[in-house]
Design a protein around this ligand. Structure first.
Ligand SMILES: [Zn+2]
Length: 62
């Protein structure tokens, strides 16, 4: 089960064109909304796509 919550930091396998590979989860549901920590761009992905692109998740509570 792919577990992601609002506030978690997502590290993607491929960097965004701006050079950052760190994203903040701003919405978690059927679709997942991520905000690029490099340039502030927002993207929406379905859970399956998000899982595929994710290398690591840093939990907000940790
Ligand atoms: Zn970016």
């Amino acid at each position: 089960m792919f577990e992601i919550n609002v506030g978690d930091t997502v590290i993607t396998r491929k960097p965004h064109p701006c050079g950052s590979n760190e994203w903040s989860c701003v919405r978690s549901g059927a679709d997942i909304k991520l905000k690029c920590l490099g340039c502030g761009r927002l993207i929406m992905l379905d859970r399956e796509e998000c899982k595929k692109r994710t290398k690591n998740i840093i939990k907000a509570e940790d």
